[in-house]
Ligand binder design. Sequence first.
Ligand SMILES: Nc1ncnc2c1ncn2[C@@H]1O[C@H](COP(=O)(O)OP(=O)(O)O)[C@@H](O)[C@H]1O
Ligand SMILES: [Mg+2]
Length: 243
Amino acid sequence: MGANVIMVASGKGGTGKSTVAVLLGAELAARGRRVLLVELDSGLRSVDYIAGVYGKTVYDVEDVLNGRCEAGKAVVESPVYRNLYVISAPYSGGHILPAALRVFVEKVGPVFDTIVLDTAAGMGVPFEAAMGVAHRALLVLTPDPVSIRDGRIVCDALEAGGCPEIRLIINKVPRTLANCGIQSLDECIDTVGAQLIGVVPFSTEIQKAGATGAPLAPAGRPRLALRAIAARLCGQYTPLVIR
Ligand SMILES: Nc1ncnc2c1ncn2[C@@H]1O[C@H](COP(=O)(O)OP(=O)(O)O)[C@@H](O)[C@H]1O
Ligand SMILES: [Mg+2]
């Protein structure tokens, strides 16, 4: 059987797609799954930092898709998260061809349990390519009006593209929504029109790691939130409120 393919998407940039992709991949890996995380955001790499594989990659996803190297040569195991394997995006832009991505997923599918495709913001080439192979999409947004509006547009595009399942992750949620420009998280869910799968709190630890390029190994509530999302993806009931 082939791997379960999950794409991570957003409307607005910087909502935390790559962060969520790595931490969720790590939690699925911790549950015993072999996880391949492929970063498709050409020219705007960040997964290599977050997963701690910076400087360890020679080949990238375009080398693999264009047949310049075997997939095995581009795959690097994260030194931070066991069982999480990463293929980085190229340093400079290029095209991810949907047909090539499909062939790649079919080829490596039997080797992994889950393939996480970390896309770029909006509905460009990586988004289209990922949508062609994904079994479900995780739409990551932050609790603010622009992110919600853009999330709605992407959700509509996923529905129009026939994506079998769309689930919402609200990331960077502060303790109070007083300065967010929205009344409640229900507003995000109702406006976007997708079922919620998890809420990840704003974390100064994640923010600091992002600012310094340090690999991410957060503890506490953000970790528990991602662990709960991984459990839900595996079909396990997990309450929404984390205490
Ligand atoms: N839950 C969070 N709390 C605080 N900062 C976060 C959180 N999630 C992501 N970030 C920060 O937001 C920035 C953008 O995250 P990133 O994952 O690169 O977004 P994207 O892939 O959507 O562009 C990074 O600096 C990252 O550290
Ligand atoms: Mg990213």
